[in-house]
Design a protein around this ligand. Structure first.
Ligand code: EPU
Length: 420
């Protein structure tokens, strides 16, 4: 178990470099098994969840060559249809191997996937969608056994699940005929996956909207692609800048993917602008920030992302007045509030979905625990605006999704020691 010891209240300044998007890179790695040859994927973040996905792919028989942030992956030597159950249980994203394995091999065995403890997170939507493709599902021991070549047709998701949409898209690409996926989730990472699949030779239109149309093709080839920037990491760094009144340049990012987050932060008094550099957007924050409470509801894209709810809540402990946060996606995503309360934050849990925060609070250093990736991000933000040293345990949780957050923040002036 590793910890961060964070001495807060340092002045932060300089450039915060945003990595490739976790929730795109994981799916691109899974999708690469659909190709009949090697794919080269750049801008892969160096995070624990990616390493787990790489291990699962190696376990299937893929050949991986990993250098810096590039992964070369050749799926031609896949020799099993069964995913390693221990690894599968460690990351939720392992479920997105179901779609490509079925499209390519008409069979996959997969244990109930794990992931962050932020709610029940069942896979009933995935089973529903794959059944609509004519795939048969049975349970044997801890494994779900999916069998059958996905049949193109009319698919309607039971709810806008991100990974179920991605599974449906990947299940459809090699099916003869046209598939319409309705009630699709529209997150930008889904569009990134569709762009990758199209680069492999697929014919997908409408990804990033709620209706996706896929014309099946006979085969896909490997391709060369670069993962989009991580919008959640970019917004986390922006909220850290707001909480610590820091002058930062944050990027690269695609600003349009964060428009509601920006609108809410501007309404809260955040002081920043967007500039262009090397064909990407960057956020330039001002050292003067005067933040006050603004309510949010989390929603599927383009709503306020649930993945930023905790970090926003930590920022709101430093805001003047009251903030109400309504978490509509997950039923158990306020675990981190207990840790913030240990630091003196005034947070009232109204229901499993609603909290009220009163600010601004002068937080006090504490010994706290990271339970999930984004909750951990919230604790780092809180520690950075607390005088004295805050110790955060289980930072592997944070490192599952944020690439070297300690080093990136240290580079811009934070005082963070990582202790094994
Ligand atoms: N749900 C079901 N049944 C299912 C699938 C989902 O009931 O079969 C429920 C979930 O329990 C949740 C809601 O539907 O209440 C939304 O879940 P969704 O399927 O959209 O989430 P996901 O695909 O499992 C992805 C991201 C999450 C992110 C959510 C929402 C990946 C690997 N994960 O999860 O990212 O919070 O979408 O945007 O893409 C993170 O990065 O920290 C993270 C948790």
């Amino acid at each position: 178990m590793a910890k961060y010891a964070i001495k807060g209240k340092n002045n932060l300044s300089g450039e915060y470099e945003v990595s490739g998007a976790k929730n795109s890179a994981l799916k691109l790695l899974a999708a690469s098994i659909l190709g009949d040859g090697e794919s080269i994927i750049n801008n892969i973040p160096d995070i624990i969840d990616i390493h787990k996905m790489e291990d699962i792919l190696v376990g299937l028989g893929c050949k991986l060559d990993i250098t810096d942030h590039t992964v070369k992956i050749n799926p031609n030597s896949i020799h099993t249809r069964k995913l390693d159950s221990e690894l599968t249980k460690k990351i939720r994203a392992s479920i997105v191997l179901a779609g490509p394995m079925l499209a390519k091999f008409s069979e996959v065995q997969i244990a109930q996937p794990g992931g962050c403890l932020i709610g029940a997170r069942p896979i009933d939507d995935h089973i529903d969608v794959l059944s609509q493709f004519g795939v048969k599902v049975s349970v044997s021991g801890e494994y779900f056994h999916f069998v059958g070549k996905p049949v193109a047709g009319e698919i309607t998701l039971p709810e806008m699940s991100v990974t179920a949409t991605e599974n449906a898209m990947m299940a459809a690409v090699l099916s003869e005929g046209t598939t319409h996926i309705r009630v699709a989730a529209a997150e930008p990472e889904i569009a990134d996956l569709a762009n990758f699949l199209n680069c492999m030779g697929a014919d997908i239109k409408g990804a990033g909207t709620h209706e996706i149309v896929i014309k099946g093709v006979d085969k896909l080839k490997g391709c060369h692609y670069s993962v989009m920037p991580d919008r959640i990491e970019a917004a986390t760094a922006l909220m850290i800048a707001c909480a610590t009144s820091s002058e930062l340049l944050i990027g690269p990012l695609i600003a349009a993917n964060l428009s509601l987050v920006f609108k809410k932060l501007i309404a809260a008094g955040a002081n920043f602008s967007i500039i262009k550099k090397n064909n990407f957007d960057y956020i330039k924050t001002s050292g003067e920030q005067d933040i006050h409470g603004v309510n949010i509801n989390t929603r599927t894209y383009p709503g306020f992302p649930t993945d930023l709810q905790s970090v926003y809540a930590a920022l709101m402990t430093q805001a003047k007045g009251e903030t109400r946060i309504f978490e509509t996606i997950f039923e158990s995503r306020f675990g981190y509030t207990e840790e913030l309360r240990k630091m003196g934050a005034k947070i009232n849990i109204v229901s499993p979905h609603i909290i009220n925060i009163k600010g601004p609070t002068k937080l006090k250093p504490s010994h706290i625990d990271a339970f999930d990736i984004r909750g951990g991000g919230a604790l780092v933000l809180a520690a950075l605006c607390t005088p004295g040293t805050t110790v955060i345990d289980h930072v592997e949780m944070i490192e599952r999704g944020y690439e070297h957050l300690d080093l990136k923040l240290t580079k811009i002036g934070a005082d963070i020691q990582r202790i094994e």
